[in-house]
Design a protein around this ligand. Structure first.
Ligand code: C5P
Length: 291
């Protein structure tokens, strides 16, 4: 009988996100450097009342965030059901999710939770599925779910689901700032396509000592949510900030800082200027020892 398992589900930021072409299936081909960060949800998996073998499987799912659905529409539950299609499971699987990553934020929270479910079940039932098999399942759940099977900065292509080379980076001190509204990802991609057709100015690139920052979704999202370019411009004038960029389709902007010590005072200034109801978080990218 497998013992309960607790997994950390890290958030991500996109250090670069370049959109190449719009595809016939409605998705966009990307080239993006995804980077895990130290912000994480926590997933508790208890399979003590489940077993390998033909179903039915009941999924008893609870979540600390009352705004999130706990039925089969939750990506974590869909991940469990998809895993059970490949490796039949019976009985009751109990899952509890402690959310720390905001949603509609461009931080990949739901995708990370789903990837952790796949990895956790693979471990709990000792099914020994290798990364390529898990990637195939993960890609069915969402474009950026496969990335979360890795624990390192990775170049992702295709619609985001093709894992390329990993990248060694030092841990970068971060301040994350999210206004009290989400951005809808499909809308952001549509707005990008419309902006490209009307030849709006392209996204700018910031060059830092370890690499670049660039996000093609930033201009179309900034054109609608005017407080976001105001936030970014203000951040770039602050002495603590080495670079600032919207993550994914937003609405989070991350600031990369010269030093972690500076983060609390900068956060205080952000909240005083933009609002105490804005979500902020201090942490770092997950670096590599040789990075
Ligand atoms: O794959 P996922 O469900 O995360 O994608 C959400 C939506 O974002 C898609 O339905 C699509 O509208 C848009 N998208 C896109 N190109 C990508 C990834 C996402 O157009 N590479």
């Amino acid at each position: 009988m497998p013992a309960p398992l607790t997994l950390s589900c890290p958030a991500k930021i996109n250090l670069t996100l370049r959109i190449l072409t719009r595809r016939a299936d409605g998705y966009h081909d990307l080239d993006s450097l995804f980077c895990p960060i130290t912000l994480a949800d926590t997933l508790h998996l208890d399979a003590s009342r489940a077993a390998l073998g033909p179903g039915p499987l009941a999924v008893a799912f609870t979540c600390s965030d009352p705004d999130l659905p706990v039925d089969d529409s939750n990506l974590a539950v869909r991940a469990a059901r998809l895993f059970a299609e490949h490796q039949p499971l019976s009985g009751t699987l109990t899952m509890h999710l402690e959310k720390a990553i905001p949603h509609g934020a461009g931080l990949g929270g739901g995708s990370s939770d789903a990837a952790a479910v796949l990895q956790g079940l693979n471990k709990l039932f000792n099914t020994r599925l290798a990364e390529p098999a898990l990637v195939v399942m993960a890609a069915v759940l969402g474009s950026d779910v496969p990335f979360f099977l890795r624990d390192q900065a990775t170049h992702c292509t295709g619609r985001g689901e093709i894992l390329g080379a990993t990248v060694s980076l030092p841990p970068l001190p971060l301040l994350l700032i999210k206004p009290p509204f989400p951005v809808d990802t499909p809308w952001a991609y549509q707005a990008f396509a419309a902006a490209r057709a009307s030849s709006q100015p392209p996204a700018e690139t910031q060059i830092l000592p370890w690499g670049t920052l660039h996000n093609d979704l930033e201009p179309p999202v900034h054109a609608k949510f005017l407080v976001l370019p105001e936030l970014k411009s203000w951040l770039l004038t602050q002495p603590e900030v080495a670079g600032a960029l919207m993550s994914g389709s937003g609405s989070t902007t991350f600031a990369i800082l010269h030093s972690a010590q500076a983060a609390p005072t900068l956060r205080d200034r952000v909240r005083a200027r933009f609002g105490r109801n804005w979500w902020t978080w201090i942490g770092a990218t997950v670096g590599t020892p040789e990075g």
